[in-house]
Design a protein. Structure first.
Ligand code: URA
Length: 217
Protein backbone atom coordinates (compact mmCIF):
# COMPACT_ATOMS: atom_id res chain seq x y z
CA UNK A 1 0.00 0.00 0.00
CA UNK A 2 1.78 3.15 -1.17
CA UNK A 3 0.18 5.68 1.21
CA UNK A 4 -0.28 5.21 4.93
CA UNK A 5 -4.08 5.09 5.41
CA UNK A 6 -3.67 6.07 9.06
CA UNK A 7 -2.09 9.38 8.13
CA UNK A 8 -4.74 10.47 5.62
CA UNK A 9 -6.52 13.66 6.66
CA UNK A 10 -9.98 12.45 7.82
CA UNK A 11 -11.52 15.45 6.00
CA UNK A 12 -10.33 13.92 2.71
CA UNK A 13 -12.08 10.59 3.30
CA UNK A 14 -15.40 9.85 1.68
CA UNK A 15 -18.16 9.55 4.28
CA UNK A 16 -18.70 5.87 5.10
CA UNK A 17 -22.10 5.61 3.41
CA UNK A 18 -20.74 7.16 0.25
CA UNK A 19 -17.71 4.87 0.30
CA UNK A 20 -20.01 1.86 0.51
CA UNK A 21 -22.32 3.21 -2.22
CA UNK A 22 -19.36 3.85 -4.53
CA UNK A 23 -18.01 0.37 -3.81
CA UNK A 24 -21.33 -1.28 -4.63
CA UNK A 25 -21.44 0.35 -8.06
CA UNK A 26 -17.70 0.09 -8.79
CA UNK A 27 -16.60 -0.74 -12.34
CA UNK A 28 -12.95 0.24 -11.90
CA UNK A 29 -11.62 -3.16 -13.00
CA UNK A 30 -12.97 -6.01 -15.11
CA UNK A 31 -14.11 -8.06 -12.09
CA UNK A 32 -17.45 -6.22 -12.11
CA UNK A 33 -18.41 -8.07 -15.31
CA UNK A 34 -18.51 -11.50 -13.65
CA UNK A 35 -19.50 -10.65 -10.08
CA UNK A 36 -22.98 -11.28 -8.66
CA UNK A 37 -22.57 -8.92 -5.70
CA UNK A 38 -19.92 -6.56 -4.44
CA UNK A 39 -18.59 -7.75 -1.10
CA UNK A 40 -17.97 -4.66 0.98
CA UNK A 41 -16.48 -5.00 4.48
CA UNK A 42 -18.70 -5.71 7.44
CA UNK A 43 -18.65 -5.46 11.22
CA UNK A 44 -17.82 -2.77 13.75
CA UNK A 45 -16.57 0.30 11.87
CA UNK A 46 -14.74 1.35 15.07
CA UNK A 47 -13.19 -2.08 15.68
CA UNK A 48 -9.71 -2.47 17.14
CA UNK A 49 -9.31 -5.72 15.22
CA UNK A 50 -9.59 -6.02 11.45
CA UNK A 51 -9.34 -9.11 9.26
CA UNK A 52 -8.42 -8.80 5.59
CA UNK A 53 -9.03 -11.71 3.25
CA UNK A 54 -7.87 -12.06 -0.33
CA UNK A 55 -11.08 -12.10 -2.36
CA UNK A 56 -14.68 -13.21 -2.02
CA UNK A 57 -15.48 -16.84 -2.75
CA UNK A 58 -18.67 -18.27 -4.19
CA UNK A 59 -20.82 -17.88 -1.05
CA UNK A 60 -19.59 -14.33 -0.57
CA UNK A 61 -20.30 -13.44 -4.22
CA UNK A 62 -23.85 -14.73 -3.88
CA UNK A 63 -24.63 -13.12 -0.54
CA UNK A 64 -22.54 -9.93 -0.82
CA UNK A 65 -21.10 -10.60 2.65
CA UNK A 66 -17.42 -11.26 3.50
CA UNK A 67 -16.55 -14.67 4.89
CA UNK A 68 -20.14 -15.86 4.59
CA UNK A 69 -19.33 -19.48 3.78
CA UNK A 70 -17.26 -22.29 5.29
CA UNK A 71 -14.17 -20.06 5.65
CA UNK A 72 -16.30 -17.69 7.70
CA UNK A 73 -17.39 -20.50 10.02
CA UNK A 74 -13.74 -21.14 10.80
CA UNK A 75 -13.21 -17.46 11.54
CA UNK A 76 -16.32 -17.33 13.75
CA UNK A 77 -15.20 -20.40 15.73
CA UNK A 78 -11.76 -19.01 16.42
CA UNK A 79 -13.18 -15.60 17.33
CA UNK A 80 -15.51 -17.39 19.76
CA UNK A 81 -12.52 -19.18 21.32
CA UNK A 82 -11.14 -15.78 22.39
CA UNK A 83 -14.49 -14.36 23.45
CA UNK A 84 -15.19 -12.25 20.37
CA UNK A 85 -18.03 -12.16 17.86
CA UNK A 86 -18.09 -11.00 14.25
CA UNK A 87 -19.95 -7.84 15.33
CA UNK A 88 -16.98 -6.75 17.44
CA UNK A 89 -14.41 -6.92 14.64
CA UNK A 90 -14.25 -5.63 11.07
CA UNK A 91 -13.86 -8.07 8.20
CA UNK A 92 -13.04 -7.16 4.61
CA UNK A 93 -11.13 -8.31 1.54
CA UNK A 94 -8.30 -7.05 -0.66
CA UNK A 95 -10.67 -7.10 -3.64
CA UNK A 96 -14.43 -6.81 -3.27
CA UNK A 97 -15.50 -8.85 -6.31
CA UNK A 98 -14.99 -12.57 -6.85
CA UNK A 99 -12.40 -13.31 -9.53
CA UNK A 100 -13.77 -15.76 -12.14
CA UNK A 101 -13.33 -19.44 -11.15
CA UNK A 102 -11.97 -18.27 -7.81
CA UNK A 103 -8.54 -17.43 -9.29
CA UNK A 104 -6.16 -15.08 -7.47
CA UNK A 105 -6.77 -11.38 -8.08
CA UNK A 106 -4.26 -9.86 -10.49
CA UNK A 107 -1.97 -6.94 -9.69
CA UNK A 108 -4.11 -4.47 -11.63
CA UNK A 109 -7.31 -5.71 -9.94
CA UNK A 110 -5.67 -5.28 -6.53
CA UNK A 111 -4.50 -1.82 -7.55
CA UNK A 112 -8.02 -0.85 -8.65
CA UNK A 113 -9.49 -1.93 -5.31
CA UNK A 114 -6.77 -0.36 -3.19
CA UNK A 115 -8.55 2.97 -2.54
CA UNK A 116 -11.49 1.08 -1.04
CA UNK A 117 -9.32 -0.99 1.27
CA UNK A 118 -7.23 2.04 2.25
CA UNK A 119 -10.32 4.09 3.06
CA UNK A 120 -11.85 1.29 5.12
CA UNK A 121 -8.62 1.08 7.13
CA UNK A 122 -8.52 4.88 7.46
CA UNK A 123 -12.07 4.98 8.81
CA UNK A 124 -11.87 1.96 11.12
CA UNK A 125 -8.35 2.76 12.42
CA UNK A 126 -7.73 -0.75 13.76
CA UNK A 127 -4.95 -1.46 16.25
CA UNK A 128 -4.38 -4.94 14.89
CA UNK A 129 -4.87 -6.34 11.37
CA UNK A 130 -4.82 -10.07 10.69
CA UNK A 131 -3.90 -10.69 7.03
CA UNK A 132 -5.29 -13.89 5.57
CA UNK A 133 -2.65 -15.11 3.12
CA UNK A 134 0.70 -14.09 1.76
CA UNK A 135 -0.74 -11.82 -0.92
CA UNK A 136 -2.71 -9.73 1.57
CA UNK A 137 0.21 -9.58 3.99
CA UNK A 138 2.57 -8.41 1.23
CA UNK A 139 0.17 -5.67 0.09
CA UNK A 140 -0.32 -4.35 3.63
CA UNK A 141 3.35 -4.57 4.59
CA UNK A 142 4.62 -3.31 1.23
CA UNK A 143 7.09 -6.19 1.05
CA UNK A 144 7.00 -9.99 0.76
CA UNK A 145 6.22 -11.84 4.00
CA UNK A 146 6.66 -15.59 3.34
CA UNK A 147 4.16 -17.36 5.55
CA UNK A 148 6.27 -20.46 6.13
CA UNK A 149 8.71 -18.20 7.95
CA UNK A 150 6.60 -15.46 9.51
CA UNK A 151 3.00 -16.66 10.00
CA UNK A 152 1.93 -15.46 13.43
CA UNK A 153 4.70 -12.87 13.75
CA UNK A 154 3.81 -9.33 14.71
CA UNK A 155 4.90 -6.58 12.29
CA UNK A 156 4.50 -2.84 12.60
CA UNK A 157 2.68 -1.27 9.65
CA UNK A 158 1.30 2.22 9.12
CA UNK A 159 3.33 3.50 12.12
CA UNK A 160 1.56 1.76 14.95
CA UNK A 161 -0.74 -0.93 13.58
CA UNK A 162 0.22 -4.52 14.38
CA UNK A 163 0.01 -6.75 11.30
CA UNK A 164 -0.24 -10.50 11.88
CA UNK A 165 0.09 -12.57 8.70
CA UNK A 166 -1.59 -15.97 8.74
CA UNK A 167 -2.93 -18.59 6.36
CA UNK A 168 -6.20 -18.31 4.45
CA UNK A 169 -9.24 -19.93 6.08
CA UNK A 170 -10.02 -21.29 2.59
CA UNK A 171 -6.87 -23.44 2.85
CA UNK A 172 -8.15 -24.79 6.15
CA UNK A 173 -11.51 -25.53 4.51
CA UNK A 174 -9.63 -27.50 1.85
CA UNK A 175 -8.06 -29.64 4.59
CA UNK A 176 -4.80 -27.94 5.54
CA UNK A 177 -4.20 -28.79 9.20
CA UNK A 178 -1.26 -26.38 9.22
CA UNK A 179 -3.52 -23.51 8.15
CA UNK A 180 -6.19 -24.42 10.69
CA UNK A 181 -3.71 -24.58 13.58
CA UNK A 182 -1.99 -21.35 12.55
CA UNK A 183 -5.22 -19.39 12.14
CA UNK A 184 -6.45 -20.44 15.59
CA UNK A 185 -3.09 -19.46 17.13
CA UNK A 186 -2.95 -16.16 15.24
CA UNK A 187 -6.46 -15.04 16.16
CA UNK A 188 -5.47 -15.68 19.78
CA UNK A 189 -2.24 -13.70 19.23
CA UNK A 190 -4.26 -10.76 17.89
CA UNK A 191 -6.49 -10.81 20.98
CA UNK A 192 -3.44 -10.99 23.27
CA UNK A 193 -1.97 -7.88 21.59
CA UNK A 194 -5.27 -6.04 22.02
CA UNK A 195 -5.41 -7.03 25.68
CA UNK A 196 -1.84 -5.85 26.24
CA UNK A 197 -0.71 -9.34 27.23
CA UNK A 198 2.00 -9.42 24.57
CA UNK A 199 4.01 -6.78 22.74
CA UNK A 200 2.69 -4.94 19.70
CA UNK A 201 4.49 -4.92 16.36
CA UNK A 202 5.73 -1.40 17.19
CA UNK A 203 7.12 -2.56 20.56
CA UNK A 204 8.94 -5.46 18.90
CA UNK A 205 10.36 -3.19 16.22
CA UNK A 206 11.62 -0.71 18.84
CA UNK A 207 13.26 -3.58 20.78
CA UNK A 208 14.93 -4.92 17.63
CA UNK A 209 16.24 -1.44 16.77
CA UNK A 210 17.59 -0.95 20.30
CA UNK A 211 19.37 -4.34 20.15
CA UNK A 212 20.79 -3.42 16.74
CA UNK A 213 22.12 -0.04 17.88
CA UNK A 214 23.68 -1.69 20.97
CA UNK A 215 25.46 -4.24 18.82
CA UNK A 216 26.59 -1.48 16.39
CA UNK A 217 28.03 0.58 19.26
N1 URA B 1 -11.83 -16.04 1.57
C1 URA B 1 -11.51 -14.73 1.51
O1 URA B 1 -10.35 -14.37 1.39
N2 URA B 1 -12.51 -13.84 1.62
C2 URA B 1 -13.76 -14.18 1.79
O2 URA B 1 -14.61 -13.29 1.90
C3 URA B 1 -14.06 -15.55 1.86
C4 URA B 1 -13.10 -16.45 1.73
Amino acid sequence: MSTNPMSVDPARLRPWKQLERDARSCTDCRLWESRSKVVFGEGDVDADLMFVGEAPGRSEDLTGRPFAGAAGNILDNFLGDVGLTRDEVYVTDLVMCRPPQGRRPSADEIEAHMPYLAEQIAHVRPRVIVAFGELVAAVLAGRPLPLERVAGYRFDVFDGVTLIPTYRPTEAVKGSARALTAIKRDVATAKAVLDGRIATGADLLAEARARQSQSDA
